[in-house]
Design a protein around this ligand. Structure first.
Ligand code: GLC
Length: 688
């Protein structure tokens, strides 16, 4: 059951799609403190109570013991003492206390979630204004609560099937030849590859919706050349539009008044990659439509996918603050240069980038009403991506377009996925990646993954190998790194054959991963689940934050420590373990419930099949279209009778509700297999 409570006069974020009657009175469970300035929700946590949620953020699956902030930030240091990353996902589920419930604070400004930071047993949520819609959910289980919430916020974005392939990116592919070299590096060694990402350098002076003519003299032709090799090119689009006379997007935006303005009516100027930019006012319906239509320029050249970046929005500097800073520094220069002036100087310079005070300096025109940005800050990335998503519905109604964003708010999950931003080539970011996945699924973000190998810092071969073994299961499987760091395309390392074999497993799993993704999206379910959400009576399950359930049949337990040759694994029930080295190179073992130390050498990946469940495995391929899903092996761990509901479609169109998309495999103890479905299948049974 979901109940809606309204405080004050909240901004309509369009996070939810169901219209509910407002319940009178205060939300249950919490003590509500309302003042003129803010709204506070206080709650006493029981010792054993768990707090799940908050989507993209630092730390564990259980969020207890830290203070988190919803304030979308361009934060490249994903370390434990940060409070926000790029997103704002104000949804929590409380479990193990007097009552189990979920709560969503639909408020687009800054919120702090003190989850037992100030006092171990106190949860205090502070909204920086007294206006919000708050939804409270109860249900039979955590999964039921999440499902109700997901139905409230609407169906998750569905990408084309090719977007589940292995993708390669790097900030620094400058021109056609750089891209050709990377494609060749993979294809020559038969390492599967689906797409290449085009970072900001493909543009003409970082101007959105342009292609640099010197670097890509005939772009549509180049797109074709890549397609002939089954490679999709995925260009980046940044939030800031370069201020440059003669640039059509800039000129049009000025003419139509579609950029964010200051209080005095002048356009707000920020500095990002292109130098000076204006922000398109994506909270304004017309401006959003206008910006969205711009993607057509690239769609027309054969592009089928995009990533939206810098949309917190990131502000390297605000022009006005920069001017003031120069003036203040000039004054300092006249003083004696002592420690104090040095500190003032570094303080001034250090506070230029992403200064939250700048959020108070510009406005959005929402239905004729000027909204100061800080009050709706967390909606910017959401609405930039919504601009694209709404446009794709108009421009490409029949065909899915790949879209994911860096910044997000709940509601954006209907228009695109996210990647988890600028992580680092650190082993603990591999673990952070794992922990973030289920929290993101709770808020409807299913198409997601982290930069494999880490974005910042130098990656090592073993880190990339282990990361691929985790990212094997994330819907977005993309290797990405920053300019200036060590190159980490897998063919550059020593063990190319092992990388080929391991990435090929992704293609072996494609039928399963796609089927599970689609069922999760269509049924408002989680694709990645913590053990504790499923094994609700198992007291130890909630202690496990380094294993996940993936879809209906599998549990994963990736190795995330350097030099480890295996790991401890907890099995809440008997399972069949598969130790994969390649799609047809694996050994199997049935393990009883309990704690185990399991060996997994660097090139080995552990997968566990649950009892009475089935894993469909294909022979793999070098790209998604090559995978033959009609000849599969069904790896079944049969205790009584194993079953699998298999979703398939053409991977491009939008005929999701067609009952022909579903098939069912049933395997009995002796191995007798029945397939019902509309497709012709050749299924080879392998009993585990
Ligand atoms: C941002 C993005 C990163 C990208 C870089 C250059 O840091 O998060 O993925 O490579 O900008 O565009």
């Amino acid at each position: 059951m979901i109940t809606k409570y309204t405080y004050g006069n909240p901004f309509q974020t369009d996070a939810v799609v169901q219209k509910l009657e407002v319940q009178n009175g205060n939300v249950p469970y919490f003590t509500v403190v309302k003042t003129e300035e803010q709204l506070q929700f206080e709650y006493t946590l029981e010792n054993e109570e768990k707090v799940y949620g908050l989507g993209e953020n630092v730390r564990g699956i259980n969020k207890r013991g830290w203070i988190y902030k919803s304030c979308c930030a361009d934060e490249p240091n994903h370390v434990e003492d940060r409070t926000s990353l790029y997103a704002s996902h104000n949804f929590l589920v409380l479990d193990g206390g007097k009552e189990q419930f979920g709560v969503f604070f639909d408020y687009p400004g800054i919120i702090t979630f003190d989850v037992g930071y100030t006092h171990l047993n106190e949860l205090k949520i502070t909204l920086s204004e007294p206006d919000a819609d708050v939804y409270v959910m109860t249900g039979e289980s955590i999964l039921d609560i999440v499902k109700q919430f997901r139905q409230l916020i609407g169906r998750s974005y569905i990408p084309p099937k090719w977007a589940f392939g292995y993708q390669q990116s790097r900030w620094g592919y400058m021109n056609e030849d750089d891209i050709r070299e990377v494609v060749k590096g993979h294809r020559e060694k038969k390492i599967p590859l689906e797409s290449i990402y085009m970072d900001i350098d493909y543009m003409e002076r970082f101007k959105d919706f342009t292609v640099n003519q010197e670097r890509f003299p005939d772009f549509p032709e180049f797109v074709k050349e890549m397609k002939a090799q089954h490679i999709h090119l995925v260009p980046i689009i940044d939030a800031g539009v370069k201020v440059e006379e003669g640039y059509d997007v800039y000129e049009e935006g000025i003419e139509k008044g579609y950029f964010c303005k200051k209080e005095n009516g002048e356009y707000f100027v920020a500095g990002v990659w292109p130098g000076k930019v204006h922000f398109p006012d994506v909270l304004n319906k017309e401006a959003r439509e206008w910006f969205g239509n711009k993607y057509q320029v690239l769609l027309d050249q054969g592009i089928e996918g995009f990533w939206n970046d810098m949309n917190e929005p990131s502000i390297f500097f605000a022009q006005d603050r920069m001017d003031e800073t120069f003036d203040k520094i000039a004054e300092l220069k006249d003083k004696n240069l002592d420690l104090d002036t040095f500190q003032q100087f570094t303080g001034l310079v250090g506070s230029l980038a992403n200064n939250t005070d700048d959020f108070k300096k510009f406005y959005h025109n929402v239905d004729g009403k000027m909204m100061r940005h800080d009050k709706v800050h967390n909606l910017f990335g959401y609405n930039m991506t919504r601009a694209a998503g709404e446009a794709f519905e108009r421009l490409s109604p029949e065909k899915r377009i790949l879209m994911f964003s860096r910044s997000s708010y709940i509601g954006m999950h209907r228009y695109g996925g996210i990647w988890t931003g600028d992580n680092k080539s650190w082993w603990n970011h591999l673990l952070l990646n794992l922990r973030m996945m289920p929290s993101l699924n709770m808020v409807g973000i299913l198409y997601t993954g982290a930069d494999i190998g880490g974005f910042g810092a130098d990656a090592t071969e073993d880190l990339v190998m282990r990361w691929i073994q985790l990212a094997m299961f994330s819907p977005l499987m993309r290797n990405h790194s920053a300019m200036g760091t060590r190159k980490q395309e897998v063919y550059r390392f020593d063990h190319v054959e092992e990388f080929r074999k391991i990435i090929n497993i992704r293609y072996g799993l494609l039928a399963y991963i796609y089927s599970e993704y689609m069922k999760s999206a269509l049924n408002s379910e989680m694709y990645f689940k913590p053990l504790s959400f499923v094994y609700t009576d198992d007291e130890f399950a909630s202690q496990v934050e380094d294993q996940l359930l993936v879809g209906d049949s599998l549990m994963i337990a990736p190795v995330y420590n350097q030099n480890a040759k295996g790991r401890y694994v907890y099995l809440p029930e008997e399972m069949a373990m598969l130790r994969f080295r390649g799609v047809d190179d694996y050994d199997t073992e049935i393990l009883p419930a309990g704690h185990h130390y399991v060996e997994a050498g660097l090139f080995e990946m552990l997968v566990f099949v649950r009892p009475d469940k089935i894993l469909v495995l294909t022979d793999g391929g070098e790209y998604a279209d090559e995978v033959d899903c009609d000849h599969v092996k069904a790896l079944a761990f049969v205790k009584t009778k194993a079953e699998y509901v298999w979703y398939e479609d053409d991977g491009m169109g939008k005929d999701y509700e067609n009952p022909d998309n579903y098939g069912r495999i049933t395997i009995e103890k002796g191995g007798n297999c029945v397939y019902t479905g509309s497709r012709e299948k050749k299924i080879e049974v392998k009993l585990l």
